[in-house]
Design a protein around this ligand. Structure first.
Ligand SMILES: *Cc1c(COP(=O)(O)O)cnc(C)c1O
Length: 482
């Protein structure tokens, strides 16, 4: 066996029986395939692995230099356990990442002394969500084929998630996908990335309403149990642990490239739902030496307020130049809370229930202090974001999208002395041409595979903000071949 693959056998063995528990303690334990298809646990909690797979220093060193898809398969394997054979997982990772526009899949670019952009935007829709969703598409197809089942995925999007999910599921034989977007409220690039995908299993609905209306429609469909069962409703939202698992390998890759496990690193992550930064924290639990997690927010700064002053309180969401971080609550934070409460599911459930009622999360002082030892918060408004894009372009001749720019500013402001910082570059600048133009005076070109985006034919249906009508559209679509 190739020396680099040694150590992997042990990883596989320790992961053989990986089971998942709900952060709220009531839902039944599931294996990886069950978690993939279920998404949310039945008690409203989020699935977590019963324990974190461990990579020793020698096992980490053995991963150095592997092609990204090979490294990803080895890091994800212990989470999958016996739910999927390793050879199948490996083949799915290869296929998922073969279409990325950069041979390294997730290249690491040095921008300053000690500051590195981890470019996560070389997938089909130019945002980091492709890393998880491209693989999720293959995983869904594989698990459904083994069970002889089909599903109809329904989701709401304000932009990025919808296109990444559509790209991942287009053309799959066991999955239909319907994405609702608020009519006229996504950028043209974002809308066209969804509506120009010509696959018969994709339905785009432009809803006459805003993003919250879209989300309410989706929630109402899931709450309608007969309907849910009738069309085998499913979701691929960012609380699905399979997506978290698929985001862990790139932190391994970047840290290894910078000298881990023999050198400690820090990470700075532009954050919305907290999924991407949670994946970095998971990498640390698995053995990657990450000394600090810098959580970067825009004006929607609930996480910054929490980390600065233990104030996790709801505020209305405001629009910003980094729309993928325009959130009121970071849903994946519940996973971190569960860990820092010593995996006490009853206390996690109580804390979340109180939060829902009061709009303010009560976190004990000692728990908050423990979180603060590892995490630091940062926030930046739109003017600061534009200034950071301009500065990065001037000083490093590098175009950062508005989300990445917030991460870069956070790294400069908060990085511990002596640690190299990996900044998650979450979107390609061409996805946000208006903001880039305001900052540097020109519009970035779309990469070659999207250069004809503005000429492609769009396909979508428009629907009024009416539950029965939207439900009818989804039902007809799901039953179209019957
Ligand atoms: C989704 C997204 C984020 C936020 O990621 P989370 O995992 O929700 O924290 C940041 N930047 C971009 C470009 C995104 O698409």
């Amino acid at each position: 066996m190739d020396a680099r693959f040694r150590g992997y056998d042990e990883v596989l063995l320790t992961g053989l029986h990986m089971k998942y528990v709900s952060t709220r303690g009531q839902g039944a334990k599931k294996d990886f395939a069950g978690v993939l298809l279920a998404g949310l646990a039945s008690d409203g909690g989020l699935y977590m692995p019963e324990s974190w797979p461990q990579f020793s220093a020698a096992e980490l060193r053995a991963l150095r230099g592997l092609p990204y898809a090979e490294l990803a398969a080895r890091v994800i394997a212990p989470f999958v356990g016996e739910a999927i054979a390793f050879g199948d997982l490996q083949a799915m990772c290869r296929r998922a990442y073969a279409g990325f526009a950069h041979p390294a899949v997730v290249p690491l670019v040095q921008l300053d002394s000690g500051v590195f952009a981890l470019e996560l935007f070389h997938g089909p829709t130019l945002a980091f969500k492709d890393l998880a969703l491209q693989l999720a598409g293959h995983l869904f197809e594989h698990v459904l084929a083994a069970r002889g089942e089909r599903v109809c995925i329904v989701g709401a999007t304000s932009g990025d998630t919808g296109s990444a999910a559509i790209e991942a599921m287009a053309g799959r034989s066991r999955v239909d996908i319907t994405i609702l977007h608020p009519e006229g409220k996504t950028s043209e690039v974002q809308r066209r990335q969804m509506t120009t995908v010509q696959a018969s299993n994709v339905l785009n609905i432009a809803l006459e309403g805003n993003f919250d209306d879209c989300q309410d429609m989706v929630k109402a469909m899931f709450a309608d149990v007969p309907f849910r069962n009738e069309i085998s409703l499913s979701a691929v939202n960012s609380i699905n642990f399979a997506r978290i698992a698929a985001q862990i390998p790139y932190y391994f890759a970047a840290a290894l490239a910078l000298g881990a496990p023999d050198r400690e690193v820090a990470v700075a992550v532009p954050t919305g739902n907290f999924g991407n930064v949670l994946a970095a924290w998971a990498a640390k639990q698995m053995g990657v030496p990450i000394g600090k997690f810098i959580v970067a927010s825009n004006r929607n700064d609930i996480l910054h307020r929490f980390l600065a002053s233990n104030d996790m309180s709801l505020k209305p969401v405001e629009e910003s130049l980094s729309p993928s971080m325009d959130i009121g609550v970071s849903s994946n934070f519940e996973r971190l809370l569960f860990e820092f409460l010593g995996r006490d599911a009853a206390l996690t459930a109580q804390t979340m229930a109180d939060f829902r009622v009061t709009g303010k999360m009560a976190v004990a002082e000692d728990v908050w202090r423990a979180v603060r030892r590892e995490f630091v918060g940062f926030h930046l408004d739109d003017a600061g974001t534009l200034a950071e894009i301009a500065r990065t372009y001037r000083e490093a001749e590098y175009l950062a999208d508005p989300h990445t720019a917030i991460g870069l500013a956070a790294a400069r402001e908060c990085a511990p002395v002596g640690l190299p910082v990996i900044v998650a570059a979450t979107a390609h600048p061409a996805k946000f041409p208006d903001a880039i133009e305001r900052a540097v005076g020109f519009r970035p070109a779309l990469p070659p595979h999207l250069s004809t985006l503005y000429e492609r034919e769009e396909r979508y249906v428009t629907a009024p903000n009416d539950f029965e009508q939207v439900k009818g559209l989804v039902r007809n679509f799901a039953n179209r071949n019957i």
